[in-house]
Design a protein around this ligand. Structure first.
Ligand SMILES: *Cc1c(COP(=O)(O)O)cnc(C)c1O
Length: 369
């Protein structure tokens, strides 16, 4: 036997665990990671090259540690799209919203503390909790994947978690959480501790409804996290950000690594933010394709969870892994998130979605159903 991970003195809570990651298989149509299927438009690619070239001239120096220009532009974007005034002091940015969440858990979680999420939800919340030594509590959902408010309130009162995660629209189920539910959870969290409530709005640009940013008013324990990975079509950029009370922004700076956002990242993100209109151009088209997937899957007789995201959860399958395999055998990769009976498909280009629907139809026919 060769030397392996088990021979190293890794922390007990990491033993026997596997790293996060969807299997990336080399198939013609990949609809498994909720990426935007459209590459960046050429004029934006040119602008990025220009700004990165300029940044390269100063790479002998550390980047702006506080990313002031970038945070200012992000605040402007949030203000413009939500109508809720957001300023530089209310915004923090990091390498993907996963890093934002890690910094939040390093700040407000950690050994001896706990965080709760309502599952099935974004599995990275639990994984980052584990990575930061934060205890993880899996809270309940109803059969239809809405949050079971009574059970959630009870869990918060009982466990008094330090951090409460609410993902809306939720991944992998797709449904949005009503603002009233978030407010009830916030009240429960304040009564119990008070604890931080982190609303993960990674998919909010695809939503039928509005961002919960206006709820930040008068709620210093509320944090809204966002990303450029999904609607902006810039997953490769690695840029996530949060909006919250300025005290929260001050607090996360206690744990961030100095110069965590490279000058190249800041330059690229700034170029992208100059082109939000072009970047968000495909959002309406993706929303229409998402709605088409919902309608067509329902017409095929599947149950589909209401979706406010750029993906759709559909079922129910007696054996979801066999269905996943059957669709894959026809050249389309979707996601088996381990929600028993359900699969998740990302809205791609119209042609990709057609290929997916054809694959499902064929597989279904072969099953004789
Ligand atoms: C994809 C996703 C993210 C994005 O993570 P990044 O690190 O910003 O790429 C965050 N939250 C949820 C719920 C997601 O599905």
């Amino acid at each position: 036997m060769s030397f392996g991970i088990d021979d190293l003195p890794v922390r007990d809570e990491l033993r026997g665990k596997s790293p996060y990651g969807a299997p990336q298989l080399d198939v013609p149509v990949r609809l498994n990671t909720n990426e935007n299927p459209y590459p960046l438009p050429e004029p934006l690619v040119e602008r990025i090259a220009e700004r990165v070239r300029e940044a390269a001239r100063h790479l002998n120096r550390y980047p702006d540690r506080d990313a002031v220009e970038l945070r200012t532009r992000l605040a402007e974007y949030l203000t413009k799209t939500s109508g809720h005034p957001v300023g530089l002091a209310d915004v923090w940015a990091a390498n993907g919203s996963n890093e934002v969440i890690q910094q939040l858990l390093q700040t407000f979680g950690g050994p001896g503390r706990t965080a709760i999420g309502f599952e099935p939800s974004y599995s990275m919340h639990g994984l980052i909790a584990r990575g930061t030594g934060t205890g993880w509590i899996s809270g309940p959902r109803n059969e239809d994947f809405t949050i079971d408010l009574a059970a959630a309130r009870k869990a918060i009162a009982e466990h008094r978690p330090d951090v409460v995660f609410v993902t809306t629209p939720n991944n992998p189920t797709g449904n949005a959480v009503p603002a009233e539910t978030v407010l009830e959870l916030y009240e429960a969290a304040q009564a119990a501790k008070p604890s931080m409530v982190v609303v993960d709005e990674a998919y909010v640009e695809f939503s039928h409804g509005d961002s919960l940013l206006p709820l930040l008013d008068g709620r210093p324990h509320l944090v809204i996290s966002r990303t450029m990975s999904k609607a902006f079509g810039a997953a490769g950029l690695r840029l996530g950000y949060l909006a919250a009370h300025p005290a929260v922004v001050d607090a996360v700076q206690l744990v961030r690594l100095p110069y965590h956002l490279s000058a190249v990242t800041q330059a690229t993100a700034l170029a992208a933010l100059e082109h939000t209109d072009t970047l968000l151009k495909y959002v309406e088209q993706l929303k229409a394709e998402r709605d088409r997937l919902v309608a067509e899957l329902r017409a095929l007789g599947y149950e589909v969870t209401e979706s406010d995201a750029n993906f759709v959860q559909f079922g129910r399958f007696a054996d979801s892994h066999a269905a996943w395999r059957g669709i894959l055998d026809r050249g389309v990769l979707v996601r088996d998130n381990g929600v028993p009976g359900w699969l998740r498909v990302t809205a791609g280009t119209p042609a990709e979605n057609d290929a997916f629907l054809d694959a499902v139809r064929e597989w279904k026919k072969e099953q004789g159903s």
